[in-house]
Design a protein around this ligand. Structure first.
Ligand code: HEC
Length: 116
């Protein structure tokens, strides 16, 4: 199976389960805490809920990850790994690493991003 076929199949398999799971987990998002962390870390310099800035909008990120089983984990990885990313002007830099190691805060932030 090619990767795209595989992901398509997985998407169908997990679509209904994913809806139920995400519905339940979104209810637990502490929006204020996530927004505060987002602000304190200046994520908003590059990410806006609706509009693409230097980085993709939260809506776009959420859409990209929707239906993926390990979405939350992937996003946490991205926020903590400091990988090289390409900004919309073509320059590259190490992605900002969020200044918390608290698994709860990271999970909450990730869920909040996915709730867009
Ligand atoms: C200097 C600009 C900049 C800042 C500040 C920044 N980001 Fe990003 N971010 C980017 C860019 C550019 C991308 C797109 C990376 C790509 O697609 O290669 C990105 C991608 C992401 C993604 C999607 C990852 C993926 O795999 O698609 C998430 C989630 C994210 N950022 C979260 C955050 C959080 C949380 C913060 C604050 C701790 C933050 N970003 C701060 C520029 C930034």
């Amino acid at each position: 199976m090619t990767p795209s076929h595989l992901s398509r199949t997985l998407m169908i398999v997990f679509a209904s389960a994913g809806l139920a799971v995400s519905g339940a987990s979104f209810a637990q998002v502490d929006e204020d805490a996530a927004k505060l962390l987002f602000k304190q870390n200046e994520c908003g310099k590059c990410h806006n809920p609706e509009k693409n800035k230097k980085g993709p909008s939260l809506k776009k990120i959420s859409k990209e990850y929707k239906g993926k089983v390990d979405a939350e984990k992937k996003i946490i990885e991205h926020m903590t790994a400091g990988k090289k990313v390409k900004l919309d002007d073509g320059t590259e830099e190490d992605h900002k690493v969020v200044d918390t190691k608290d698994p709860k805060a990271l999970s909450n932030m990730s869920k909040w991003i996915l709730s867009h």
